[in-house]
Design a protein around this ligand. Structure first.
Ligand code: ADP
Ligand code: MG
Ligand code: MG
Length: 875
């Protein structure tokens, strides 16, 4: 077993063994880019480390020894040699990048002797001591577990004493003083002197990086991003290069294209005379990368060329770390850059146009889940806004919410259903849970590559950072801007596309799709075979769905129409009717209203199929609540209310109680209503057909699909189908108009799925109602599951995902597959779709494609997501 690979021995496709960072360092080395030499300890070694109970696996020590010898020879330097000390960085490198989650130590190899050697041989004592104090600080924090602020405090003190603002203004003597104090802290906290032996330092640092795989923030990050806990991290040991030797040095990070908008322009930040994390940590405000062209034109040219080369090599936008040591460029990291949805689309489309990738690859490049960001409402650009401050537009989108200054509180309020904006000077990896809970993030410090910005973009959350106009007083939970004080709980809005910070709520407008987005969707449409419909209950929703590219309506629910305020009393009349005549009278009043509803929707979807589901929910949903009624009656009695009125309420209460069910979800609902009260379904069918006849007369092409819900048995469907057909014949005769329609059923109870072949004989279409099918297959009532036991099921990994969000392929999926196969055996061209919420969830869409459905149907706003997901399933 080989545990250690020199960079020259690796390749980009060895990510799972070498980690992302190690594999790409190897790749860059092998394409001849200037990468400081080094080697990678494999993720296998890390896994073995944990299996052995946090011990180095056998053989690792020897291999390390050999590789360190090799590195010493290559560089002609030696660990611990004051005349030419080898200094290295020890860098974590997970398989899937987890920015900022794990640990890195720089300048390892320094000690009291080598620092003197370094100072004398370089003639740059300030630099040598700066490196040493950084090393003690990082090693102290990462390896010895000493809190960061203990070191920061000393640094701040020293700056204060010297009356300077920035680290780089401190002198060699200052650093020596700081080092003395740092070492004292180490002594005090660990009871030991700071380790002086470089090999011991290396050993401990590697140990710490392995350990950091299991630190809390890494665990949380993996949970949020659904990264497996078993992957382990690699460790990279790499010769140091120095960006902090003077003004002809620097360090920076850059994206080959703008990660926020996708614009093709080198985008990033650098700092002269700085090392490592200085840029991202917001120590000094960095300069935009374009400035490098003025300050070091040759280096900039070389860097720009390297960026293009890397982009073409990886065929994707790169996120790059580099350091300049005395005018020489060194590449320290490259990876595919994280980006917003907007940027992902633009980059994918433009890379096709530039000939770098093909259309299929472009389609696969955009994560459909991410598109959600673009399909949301945003701040109305014409609104008059009270913009109180402007920061950096770090992650697009807008959000409103109550100000909170603390991640725990953000999480707590969010759980209670409050929308919050997390505000802070900056964020750290310990704030992740608060960022997840917040609608948006606002920081007063830090640049476009600060922690807040990077993480927010990754999560697709609006973020405004580096908003220096606001002054945060976290002690008293408030911030000041100009002469305004904003307190904990006050509502603010942020616009992450402009950097605006606004007091109060703001008016929002509907999203519009960019030209690139439309182009990408067009390509997707040409590739996919699965059709995409929308679920819509109103003409407005239907129009929106059409605009987003829906090819029909997969589900129109009629119950919402019954809920409207002016209808509810009539619906109640119908339900409470004592006999058929009374019910008929109520239905007669509802008929023209329903006809109007269907007319509107059918017209909005002219030329496309519209699937209308007959009444489905249990009747009690339309009735007043029994407890409230009882209270009302008591009140009436206590206040000597009219006896007739009391009588009426008591009758009502009796009726409500008699209709109450132990388990409404499994009760008197769906086609069971149609069986017991055929006149209700007959009225609905009549409304559909009368609307159809009118529209056909108006020369519209109309294609209604009448859908019977909750069927379990062929005879149910046969009975109701006959009823619908009889009404259709009547309407045809009465109006003299001939029209086309079809009758089908939902498949949402396991029995219906199992008897698919029989039921298919009476149906022209099937539509999987996967919300109910999931409930009835798992025996989980959705509301109870999500409120009470879903979370533990997922945390304990009993279920991988919430089956109400991601289709349960193993169970529900098996029933669906059975249904499709058996139904199509009887009726090869049976139309089959899905109208549960899964119809807009990318992995479920993929499954629907795999089992050969004709269409998925989802909410109008998810139609573009489904179009892309369906194309991804097809390529
Ligand atoms: P992260 O994954 O958190 O970015 P890195 O391992 O990339 O951690 O390192 C942190 C910082 O230190 C980065 O800015 C990186 O460029 C810098 N760095 C790492 N190794 C070296 C090295 N050998 N020489 C100079 N700078 C380095
Ligand atoms: Mg890095
Ligand atoms: Mg249902």
């Amino acid at each position: 077993q080989k545990y250690v690979y020199a960079f020259s021995e690796g390749r980009a496709d060895m990510k799972s063994l070498l980690g992302g960072k190690g594999a790409n360092l190897a790749e860059m080395t092998n394409i001849g880019l200037p990468v400081p030499p080094g080697f990678t300890i494999t993720t296998e070694a890390c896994k073995e480390f944990y299996i052995a109970g946090r011990k180095f696996p056998e053989g690792l020590e020897q291999e390390l020894e050999t590789k360190v010898d090799w590195l010493e020879q290559t560089l002609n330097k030696k660990f611990g040699d004051p005349n030419g000390p080898l200094l290295v960085s020890v860098r974590s490198g997970a398989v899937i990048s987890m920015p900022g989650m794990m640990d890195t130590v720089l300048n390892l190899g320094l000690n009291d002797q080598t620092v003197i050697g370094l100072a004398t041989s370089s003639g740059n004592a300030r630099w040598a001591y700066d490196c040493y104090r950084r090393f003690i600080q990082m090693f102290g924090n990462v390896v010895l577990d000493i809190e960061h602020h203990k070191f920061e405090g000393i640094l701040e003190e020293q700056k204060h004493k010297r009356n300077v603002q920035f680290d780089n203004q401190l002198t060699s003597e200052d650093w020596q003083e700081v080092i003395g104090k740092y070492k004292a802290i180490v002594q005090k906290e660990t009871g030991r002197e700071f380790p002086q032996d470089p090999k011991e330092q290396l050993h401990k640092a590697i140990f710490a990086v392995f350990n950091s795989w299991e630190n809390d923030r890494a665990i949380v990050y993996r949970k949020i991003h659904k990264i497996s806990d078993d992957l382990g991290t690699a460790v990279n040991v790499q010769a140091m290069v120095f960006g902090n030797m003077g003004d002809d040095c620097g360090t920076g990070v850059a994206f080959t294209r703008n990660p926020s908008t996708g614009e093709k322009l080198l985008y990033g930040e650098f700092l002269t005379n700085a090392q490592g994390e200085d840029v991202v940590a917001g120590i000094r405000t960095p300069q935009p990368i374009a400035k490098l062209a003025d300050e070091m034109p040759d280096v900039y040219q070389q860097f720009a060329r390297t960026c293009t080369l890397l982009e073409n090599h990886y065929k994707d936008m790169q996120d790059i770390e580099f350091t300049i040591e005395r005018n020489k460029l060194w590449m320290l990291q490259t990876r595919n850059g994280k980006r917003t949805a907007q940027a992902a689309i633009r980059i994918a489309v433009e890379m096709v146009e530039e000939g770098i990738i093909d259309k299929e690859m472009a389609i696969n490049r955009v994560d459909p889940n991410q598109l959600d960001q673009l399909l949301h409402r945003r701040i109305d650009p014409n609104a008059k806004l009270e913009v109180v401050a402007k920061g950096l537009p770090a992650s697009p989108g807008s959000a409103s919410g109550a100000v909170v200054f603390n991640a725990d509180l953000a999480e707590k309020l969010n759980k209670q259903g409050q929308k919050v904006i997390l505000v802070g000077t900056e964020t750290t990896p310990d704030d992740i849970h608060g960022m997840v809970a917040a609608q948006g993030i606002l920081t007063s410090r830090g640049g476009m590559t600060s922690h807040a910005a990077v993480v927010a973009r990754g999560m697709g959350k609006p973020c405004v950072c580096g908003c220096e106009a606001i002054r945060i007083d976290s002690e008293n939970k408030q911030f000041f801007v100009g002469n305004i004080t904003v307190k904990n709980g006050d509502i603010v809005s942020i616009d992450g596309s402009t950097g605006d910070v606004i007091l109060g709520e703001v008016p929002m407008i509907e999203p519009d799709l960019s030209a690139e987005f439309l182009k990408l969707l067009q390509w997707a449409d040409n590739i996919r075979t699965l059709e995409v419909r929308a679920n819509a209950d109103t003409p407005e929703d239907a129009a929106k769905a059409r605009e987003f590219g829906a090819q029909g309506i997969g589900l129109t629910r009629t119950e919402h129409m019954f809920m409207a305020l002016d209808r509810l009393p009539i619906v109640q009349e119908m339900i409470l009717a004592n006999d058929i005549e009374e019910r008929a009278a109520a239905l007669a009043k509802l008929l023209p209203m329903q006809e109007g509803d269907f007319y509107g929707i059918l017209k909005a979807m002219e030329g496309l199929p519209v699937c209308i589901r007959l009444l489905d929910p249990p009747l009690h949903e339309f009735l007043p609540n029994a407890e409230e009624l009882a209270v009302e009656i008591t009140q009436l009695k206590l206040t000597n209310g009219e006896p007739a009125k009391i009588q009426q309420k008591e009758d009502l209460l009796r009726k409500v109680r008699s209709l109450s069910e132990f388990n409404p979800m499994l009760g008197h609902r769906g086609c069971r209503l149609g069986i017991t009260w055929p006149e209700v379904y007959a009225m609905q069918a009549r409304a559909i057909f009368q609307a159809t006849a009118r529209l056909v007369k108006e020369d519209c092409k109309i294609d209604p699909e009448v859908e019977i819900p909750l069927v379990i048995e062929l005879k149910e469907l046969a009975y109701l189908r006959k009823l619908v057909e009889d009404v259709a014949e009547e309407v045809k005769k009465e109006t003299g108009v001939d029209f086309h329609y079809s009758v089908g059923t939902m498949i949402e109870i396991p029995r219906a799925a199992l008897l698919a072949d029989e039921i298919a004989s009476q149906a022209e279409f099937f539509s999987f109602g996967t919300n109910d099918l999931t409930q009835t297959t798992l025996g989980f009532s959705r509301d109870d599951a999500e409120g009470k036991f879903m979370q533990p099921y997922i945390e304990k990994k009993i279920l991988n995902d919430n089956p109400f969000i991601v289709l349960d392929r193993k169970g529900v999926g098996k029933l669906m597959q059975w249904t499709v196969e058996n139904a199509r055996r009887v009726k090869p061209d049976l139309l089959i779709g899905i109208c549960g919420e899964h119809g807009g969830e990318p992995s479920s869409v993929e499954f629907c494609h795999m089992i050969g459905l004709n269409y998925v149907s989802c909410s109008p706003y998810r139609v573009p997501i489904a179009r892309l997901a369906a194309a991804q399933a097809a390529v």
